[in-house]
Design a protein. Structure first.
Length: 278
């Protein structure tokens, strides 16, 4: 729904988008393009959280000479930005394939633009592997990483507004004297952080979605700045907030589960290390 609202045509609001997708494509329409993200989410999440944690530990070692020292706000911010940079390398191709598969049957109603030979409304790609291979063959590495600039502008500040609020809320909610936050604190803090991060990242998420959807039938945008200018000129400032409700709502449960899994995994690994090395 988020991709359709941000890059598609003819959807007035979220409810209209839901009804249109269901009427035209049934329940299967809501799950288009999900196989590639599902197959890669474990690697993506482990890399992002691993880079974030290890960067914090490195900064604590360099600044204070103690790996176990609690990181200060500056350390969390730097670690968040590093995680954001690294995430783009993995996430851009995955998002591109997902968005191309979701948008390939969407009609384009544009004046003075010549579409590619493929007929709009009919599938271009047979599946995620075919989509990836086709884009790589026709557009090269640059095509696979289309929208990377917009994704950097989304994810670098986005992860700062992901990990910093999480750290703040965890410290605030956790009772004094506790060594580590309890699961309910982690769940709530992670959800709030996810809603904040995804809500504020929506403008650049719109630009990224449009750049990556562009190219199924036509090439309308020359780059990130051109996409921003064309979108603003044609649809006004409100276009950059399309899908903000969906982003914020989905950000809460998704991030709650992510942070809870992260914290529980850390506890389990620390317990195993303690038992192995008493």
């Amino acid at each position: 729904l988020q991709t359709r609202l941000q890059a598609g045509q003819g959807y007035g609001n979220t409810l209209n988008c839901v009804l249109t997708v269901y009427r035209n494509e049934s329940v299967a329409g809501f799950f288009k393009g999900m196989s590639f993200p599902l197959a890669s989410i474990a690697v993506y999440s482990s890399v992002v959280f691993g880079v974030f944690s290890n960067t914090q530990r490195l900064l604590s070692q360099l600044r204070h000479g103690d790996l176990a020292r609690a990181p200060v706000l500056a350390d969390v911010a730097i670690a968040s930005m590093v995680a954001g940079f690294v995430s783009v390398g993995i996430g851009t191709p995955v998002d591109l394939v997902k968005i191309r598969l979701q948008m390939q049957t969407q009609p384009y109603i544009e004046a003075n633009i010549n579409p590619k030979p493929t007929v709009p409304g009919f599938p271009v790609y047979r599946g995620p592997i075919h989509c990836f291979r086709t884009v790589l063959q026709k557009e090269g590495i640059a095509g696979i990483y289309r929208g990377m600039g917009a994704m950097l502008l989304r994810d670098v500040p986005g992860y700062c507004l992901y990990f910093i609020p999480y750290t703040f809320f965890c410290d605030w909610i956790t009772p004094d004297g506790s060594i580590s936050p309890n699961p309910s604190s982690v769940w709530l803090a992670g959800g709030v952080a996810g809603a904040i991060s995804w809500g504020t990242a929506t403008p650049m998420d719109v630009v990224k979605s449009r750049l990556q959807a562009d190219g199924v039938y036509l090439n309308k945008y020359k780059g990130t700045l051109d996409c921003i200018l064309q979108s603003y000129q044609n649809e006004g400032l409100k276009v950059f907030f399309r899908g903000i409700t969906i982003n914020a709502v989905r950000g809460f449960p998704m991030s709650s589960a992510m942070f809870l899994g992260y914290e529980l995994s850390l506890k389990a690994m620390k317990r195993d290390q303690t038992e192995t090395n008493p």
